[in-house]
Design a protein. Structure first.
Length: 766
């Protein structure tokens, strides 16, 4: 929110109480509290009739400092709040006549106790950001009361994050409100908003409020990031990295890290699409068509019309289209396929569940006690009130019943358009519940799946989210158009979301709105199958590859098999997302924080630590790809590409820039028909450009994410050596060490095969 009218004036109707001078200080061994007057202290009488802002400093985790500021002290029941997991931190508090200093690990907050108010943060003794003159304030506006803060932005620093934002990737100059909305991918609105940003200047900031947080990112005051929350209290946490990846690790340690999705979910998902005319025969023809064309398929998804129109949601199959759904699901399961269905948290009044839920008090109500209803999605729909424990259990029971019929995964659609003119069961503030609703909704469904399928087998396809929602993967980008522009904006949104701790992300291959041309579909297939999760889905037309042209079938087969073969590598990246909070699809700045060009890149990404992917955004296939320092190798044709610098390339529909980091060892699995196999069965360790005297280690993980096999690979002169240092007993069919010199699908280059029980393999490169 803008409070200013330019630099000198406040907006009409706005009055500000700025933190001006510290009046009183109290400390404990691990915290500090300062009473900061909102005017200069000239004499003893200055404290009379003077609003005061109380500032409390503490450390919920190493290298993290919390700042709580309030005008009026909070009283009453605790408001709805994000679920955080503090961790022990070594904290010191010092006050020696000068500023109060609170230190947590490598981060220090320094608050003035004499003279003008100031609060600054130092990482390893180096200034990062801070609050000073006309920064921290209590504001009165025509819209109500707000707490506001401005943190300085260092020269040249870039700001990222705030959730899944489809606006420009670098957020400097933008106004960002964290308020979940169903706005598609072509607007400033967002399905998944996160009041957290990170910078490439050594720090990130998390505003700990599920209410609407308004950020002015180098906009209202261009030298700062300003933010405000409604009410009289504000808490923000400064996180020191110093690198963006370290900031993300520390932020996710506090707010939660993703569960590890099941292996099968990484394969190709095929949807019925939304408003298409489909029934059991349609689904069977799709599955048969994929098999006849030798296209690997892992999941069949049934969108909205698995239920009857106007009955969303009643959790009952439309038996006109699916006469015996349990038998149909069983037949799909016998073919090795998983099954997914669509739901939402809205109950149309035509659904028999509407009256049941309304009578039981499970639906959101207006202040006068009536059930809140509207017609915007389903006629007369109500919204399940997930603050009611009985309503959560009731809804979870419906989900469990569907799972019992033979369903494996659930697409949790919607959850963004949550009204504020309502009364919640537990009395929660409607402004704070708007975003938080998505967390309760997805958590309810995720835990219901876990209770039926077991730990490690739960997976969602979720659209709405906020802080903590990353714990319940997978998330997809929402309703995009079938255009190259939308393909690029979808990627921007996914990379932005990954910088908020969301490790697994997908998008509608080909776009949702409209029907893509054959060229766009093929380009999007390559991008989609080099994403963490891959789904063919649309609105009013099918996305089966043969609906486009014969080459689309070939391209889908090529990249689906490529992804399945890369599962040992991708699974290791998934485990890292689960344990460290680093996303599978990574903005370039996460891997190359000192490369100034990487700071701006949003049309390419790292898939795991070692593969660079640059989707192609035209039929013609021309693009510029930025290559970081070193000699990289094209994974598909083994051509060397040297950086740092931009490289102009042209690619056919069966190709795209897929570059391997210098010196990387990429583990490749023994199967290409499915993703859920044992990585330790006949793996190949493909070595790309390892230099003389260099060595690296590659790890394989079991289906639960536990380290299973470790192979150390080194090069000395013209000899390549691989040694199994852990898990030799798991390599029951042996393993292969390969020096890659040939293209994919041909002889990849010299290799040595180690039989079962052989812990060492040596390969002559000359």
């Amino acid at each position: 929110m803008k409070f200013n009218d330019g630099y000198w004036l406040l907006r009409e109707g706005v009055s500000a109480r700025y933190a001006t001078e510290t009046l009183d200080v109290g400390t404990t061994p691990d915290s500090a509290s300062l009473a900061v007057l909102t005017r200069r202290v000239e004499h003893r009488g200055s404290v009379l009739n003077a609003p005061t802002i109380t500032v409390e400093l503490s450390a919920p985790a190493p290298d993290v400092i919390s700042v709580r500021a309030h005008h009026f002290r909070p009283v009453g029941p605790d408001p709805v709040a994000f679920e955080l997991t503090p961790s022990p931190a070594e904290v010191t508090v010092a006050e020696d006549g000068g500023p109060v200093r609170l230190t947590s690990g490598r981060l220090t907050a320094e608050a003035t106790t004499t003279g003008p108010w100031g609060l600054r943060f130092l990482g390893d003794g180096v200034p990062l950001t801070g609050s000073g003159f006309k920064s921290l304030a209590s504001m009165s506006t025509p819209e109500g009361e707000f707490m506001a803060e401005r943190l300085s932005l260092p020269v040249g620093a870039h700001v990222y994050g705030f959730g899944e934002r489809f606006t420009p990737f670098v957020k400097n100059g933008q106004v960002v409100d964290t308020w979940n909305e169903d706005g598609g991918t072509a607007s400033e609105q967002a399905y998944k908003t996160v009041p957290f940003f990170l910078t490439d200047a050594g720090y990130g900031v998390f505003v700990n409020s599920p209410a609407r947080v308004s950020f002015e990112v180098a906009s209202e005051v261009v030298s700062t990031v300003s933010f405000s929350v409604p009410g009289e209290q504000l808490e923000y946490l400064v996180v020191h990295g110093p690198t963006p990846a370290e900031i993300l690790r520390k932020y996710t340690a506090l707010t939660g890290r993703p569960a590890l999705p099941p292996r099968w979910s990484f394969g190709l998902w095929l949807s019925t699409s939304f408003t298409t005319d489909y029934d059991e025969a349609t689904v069977t023809s799709f599955v048969d068509g994929m098999a006849q064309r030798d296209l690997p398929l892992s999941v069949v998804h049934f969108d909205c019309y698995w239920m009857r129109a106007l009955h969303w949601c009643d959790f009952e199959w439309d038996r006109r289209a699916f006469p015996e759904p349990e038998k149909m699901l069983a037949r799909l399961g016998e073919r090795g396929l998983r099954r997914s269905v669509w739901i939402n948290p809205y109950i149309g009044q035509r659904s028999p569940l509407f009256a049941e839920a309304a009578e039981a008090g499970y639906l959101l109500r207006r202040p006068d006690g009536r059930v809140w209803q509207w017609d915007l999605w389903v006629a007369g729909m109500g919204i399940v009130d997930f603050t009611n424990p009985d309503a959560r259990e009731w809804f979870a029971g419906k989900v469990r019943a569907v799972l019992a019929s033979g369903v494996d995964a659930v697409k949790t659609d919607f959850g963004e358009r949550i009204p504020t003119d309502v009364v919640w069961f537990d009395g929660s503030d409607p402004g704070r519940m708007h975003n938080y609703y998505a967390y309760l909704y997805n958590r309810t469904v995720f835990e219901a799946i876990e209770s039926v399928r077991g730990s490690g087998e739960a997976v969602l396809y979720a659209r709405s989210a906020t802080v903590g929602g990353q714990r319940f993967p997978v998330h997809w980008g929402g309703d995009c158009e079938s255009t190259y522009t939308a393909m690029a904006e979808s990627l921007r949104g996914g990379l932005s979301l990954g910088l908020g701790g969301f490790g697994f992300w997908s998008h509608d291959i080909g776009g949702f709105e409209g029907t893509p041309g054959a060229g766009l579909f093929k380009r999007w297939v390559a991008f989609g199958l080099l994403s963490s999760h891959s789904r063919l889905h649309g609105s009013d037309s099918y996305r089966v590859p043969w609906a486009f042209d014969d080459e689309a079938v070939e391209v889908t087969r090529r990249f689906a098999r490529l992804k399945n073969s890369l599962m040992p590598y991708l699974w290791a990246a998934a485990v890292q997302a689960h344990t460290e909070g680093i996303p599978v699809m990574r903005a370039m700045l996460l891997e190359f924080p000192t490369d100034r060009t990487a700071a701006f890149l949003d049309q390419q990404y790292m898939l795991g630590p070692d593969l660079l992917v640059a989707p192609v955004f035209s039929d013609e296939g021309d693009l510029d790809v930025y290559v970081p320092e070193g000699t990289w190798t094209s994974y598909l044709d083994v051509a060397p590409v040297t950086g740092p610098g931009w490289v102009r390339q042209r690619h056919g529909f069966d190709s795209l820039p897929l570059l391997v980091r210098p010196g990387a060892v990429v583990p490749v699995g023994g199967r290409t028909d499915r993703p859920d196999y044992d990585d330790a069965v006949a793996p190949t360790f493909e070595v790309f450009g390892l230099g003389d005297g260099e060595q690296t280690a590659v790890r394989l993980f079991d289906g639960a994410g536990a380290e299973q096999v470790v192979v150390e690979v080194s090069r000395t002169g013209d000899r390549l050596r691989g040694v199994v240092t852990r898990g030799l007993e798991h390599l029951v069919e042996g393993w292969t060490l390969r020096w890659v010199t040939g293209p994919l699908g041909a002889d990849r280059g010299p290799a040595v095969v180690a039989a079962a029980g052989e812990a060492e393999a040596t390969l002559a490169l000359g």
